[in-house]
Design a protein around this ligand. Structure first.
Ligand SMILES: [Zn+2]
Length: 140
């Protein structure tokens, strides 16, 4: 396995389903980040067979709302001085702003520039959200 230097301070996003790492990487806008970021793919895992992993060095500036939406099963570990100090449990956010797009082609948000659209969770099992403009159900 590739040896990535141990994180001193930052965030480790662990137990990402294999092949979902890149999507999360993009959703968190890590391609625009100035921090040291490592995306590891297909890491052998006893629990999952294969998993993806993201390490972000530096201060924690991760939008966990997005993370809970993409994959609430990932583990987020906060590291300080080389030690894990906190483990964050994710859940589906009740409200989402600006991450999703309405899937209703007749929605006003498709025809006018309304800015960020708010979505409210209506079905956690199906991960369905309701558009604030047209009430259509949308998932990520
Ligand atoms: Zn809509």
């Amino acid at each position: 396995m590739i040896n990535v230097s141990k994180l001193k301070k930052g965030v480790v996003i662990d137990h990402i389903e294999a092949n979902k790492g890149y999507k999360i990487f993009n959703q968190l806008k890590l391609d625009e980040s100035e921090d040291v970021v490592v995306l590891m793919r297909n890491v052998p895992s006893q629990k999952m067979g294969k998993k993806d992993l993201i390490k972000i060095e530096n201060d924690i500036n991760v939008d966990l709302t997005v993370l809970g939406l993409i994959d609430p099963n990932v583990t987020v570990n906060v590291v300080e001085n080389g030690e894990r100090v906190n483990k964050i449990k994710l859940s589906l956010p009740e409200k989402v702003m600006g991450i999703m797009e309405c899937k209703n082609p007749r929605c006003i948000s498709k025809h006018e520039n309304v800015g960020e659209i708010g979505f409210t969770l209506v079905d956690a099992g199906e991960k369905l959200y309701r558009c604030e403009y047209c009430d259509a159900r949308t998932s990520l």
